[in-house]
Design a protein around this ligand. Sequence first.
Ligand SMILES: Nc1ncnc2c1ncn2[C@@H]1O[C@H](COP(=O)(O)OP(=O)(O)OP(=O)(O)O)[C@@H](O)[C@H]1O
Length: 231
Amino acid sequence: MTLLDLEKVDAGYGSARVLHDVSLRVTAGERVAILGRNGVGKTTVVNTLIGVAARRAGKVAFKGRPVSDIRAYSAARAGLSIVPQGRRIVPTLTVRENLTLGAAPGRPGPWNLEAVFGMFPILRERAETPGTAMSGGQQQMLAIGRGLMANPDLLILDEPSEGLAPVVVDELGDTLARLADRGTSILLIEQNLGLVRKVAERYYVLSKGAVVEDGHLSGLSMETLKKHVAV
Ligand SMILES: Nc1ncnc2c1ncn2[C@@H]1O[C@H](COP(=O)(O)OP(=O)(O)OP(=O)(O)O)[C@@H](O)[C@H]1O
């Protein structure tokens, strides 16, 4: 089944056009990466799904239906969990409460508090502490756990490695690889190539709002990386 399907999409903010003719697809069970430098429009792809960026042309469908009615607050209920850039952990809530925020009514599945605590034991240990009292890496685990709580059809991660030390990025990679092994469908927006290689099987490269290359990760060339991705 095709989960996410963008077809020749133009999108932007107000009069600013950011995405040009973007076509991109994620099918169920796939792990797909979007690569590209800062400001090329990676987050705007996500923003187009939830109405934060306006679509000017083309089609965007999730699970075969146009996404025009999906908003940030209703995405989880629709089966789309977004782990946002910067994590957005609520500082006034505990770890447990932050996780509970991610749950979506009417979406049963393998993920609940117990299952998330099983995957991330540190979150169980710190369950009653404020979410932002933890390290950056732990907060990233919390943001991913919160996303899983909705039992998503597709988990989107926007630059999860940002601000994390290399050793923590390694751990994050192991975590995402474990999720991938469980068959979780993932769209990973990243500039960290090591993380992308650990998690994704297919990639799209964005440059100046357009897809300039896509393919299987095994075919990703050094030339492309030098040109379009900071390595
Ligand atoms: N909410 C917004 N309102 C107006 N312009 C925006 C908004 N979000 C992003 N932009 C602009 O859209 C362009 C693409 O930004 P976007 O965040 O999609 O890039 P990105 O590839 O995700 O980069 P980064 O890694 O820096 O987040 C930039 O010029 C940015 O200033």
